[in-house]
Design a protein around this ligand. Structure first.
Ligand SMILES: Cc1cc2nc3c(=O)[nH]c(=O)nc-3n(C[C@H](O)[C@H](O)[C@H](O)COP(=O)(O)O)c2cc1C
Length: 330
């Protein structure tokens, strides 16, 4: 078993501050008419449209005196209301990544936060006494700006991969990923980690006894057990000359999370697939690993990461939710 395991440690190589990755702005500007003029019956009082990230201009014909009553995310309960002011023609709506503003006597400008997803909206128009029919046409001007670079692309490309080809992962690739893992920030720079790299599948039944991820591990080119020392041994802060004291490390799980994510992103940057599987705090999973691998008393197997070449394309999930971002206060 020993020959199948490598306990890796990192030297204190001093490196110059890395040059920032080139920032690439992708600006997409597109002007296109969407659909024909749509007559809206007053009983209807609403126009539906799809807006991608960017600006959408909705032009109202034959009626120069409209105002925004409310907007709704189609198919949901989410409404944004505007209370009419003294001048009904200049109302602004805002919420959930959308804002709407009357920009002229017959135009409403809708701005939707940049997002890959097309979202459907309904505009509800105020019916007045002075008209009997209105028509609406969408003239869409879309401007989407997204900053990207190779680092951001690797973060976005990472997704959980659970089945792999037979292609091995090289020592150099493993070292690159482990260097990234060990570059993670840690509370008081404790760096509580050690890693056990496994490639001998014949040992997995014993190490991962009763672990429902066993099938994934067997498919992977390598399996890395992320180990954490849950204690820290240091001289007291206020007395650096005193004898070192061992106490619990309050941030070891945060430290290990940062370390694991760095590993996964580094793997994605190399075209490799990974999946992070939980180990600690589930005794049925981490105790067999701890025993089989001979971990010291204060060290726990925090998680197990399978790595290899994906055997099929796995698309990352789109998790971008601009509405989760609050500016200034919740
Ligand atoms: C703490 C943690 C534990 C996880 N445990 C498992 C696991 O035991 N088995 C598994 O197949 N995936 C596991 N995952 C992967 C998640 O299911 C996955 O990250 C999530 O569904 C989001 O999908 P994505 O990674 O493709 O973005 C775990 C992820 C985390 C962060």
């Amino acid at each position: 078993m020993l020959c199948a395991m490598m306990l890796l440690s990192c030297g204190n190589a001093r490196r110059a501050q890395a040059a920032p990755a080139e920032q690439v702005s992708v600006a997409v500007e597109e002007e296109r008419p969407v659909g024909a003029w749509t007559p809206i019956r007053l009983s209807q009082q609403a126009v539906s449209f799809a807006a991608e990230g960017g600006k959408t201009l909705v032009t109202c014909l034959n009626y120069d005196h409209w105002w925004l009553n409310d907007a709704q995310v189609a198919g949901t309960e989410t409404f944004f209301h505007a209370t009419p002011g003294a001048d009904n023609t200049y109302q602004t709506l805002a919420g959930e990544g959308i804002s709407a503003r009357i920009v002229g006597r017959n135009q409403v400008e809708i701005t939707v936060s940049p997002s890959k997803k097309t979202r459907a909206w309904e505009l509800h128009l105020q019916a007045g006494d002075a008209f009997t029919a209105i028509s609406v046409k969408q003239d869409v001007t879309m401007k989407t700006e997204m900053i990207t670079n190779p680092t951001l692309e690797s973060i976005a490309a990472r997704t959980s991969v659970r089945s792999f080809t037979d292609q091995p992962v090289s020592e150099a690739q493993l070292e690159a990923m482990l260097r990234a893992a060990m570059a993670a920030p840690t509370g008081m720079n404790v760096q509580p980690w050690s890693f056990v790299v496994l490639t001998d599948k014949s040992e997995y039944e014993a190490i991962f006894k009763n672990n429902f991820n066993l099938r994934i591990f067997k498919s992977a080119a390598a399996v890395v057990v992320f180990c954490a020392d849950t204690t820290v041994t240091r001289a007291p802060r206020n007395n650096p000359d005193a004898a070192p004291v061992t106490r619990p490390n309050g941030t070891w799980r945060d430290d290990m999370g940062a370390c694991t994510e760095n590993f996964l992103v580094a793997a994605a940057s190399l075209g490799l697939g990974t999946v992070w599987t939980a180990s600690y705090p589930y005794p049925d999973r981490y105790l067999p690993i701890k025993e089989a691998l001979g971990l010291p008393a204060t060290v726990v197997p925090y998680c197990v990461v399978a790595v290899g070449y994906p055997d099929k394309e796995v698309k990352p999930k789109d998790k971008w939710k601009p509405e989760r971002i609050h500016k200034g206060r919740w």
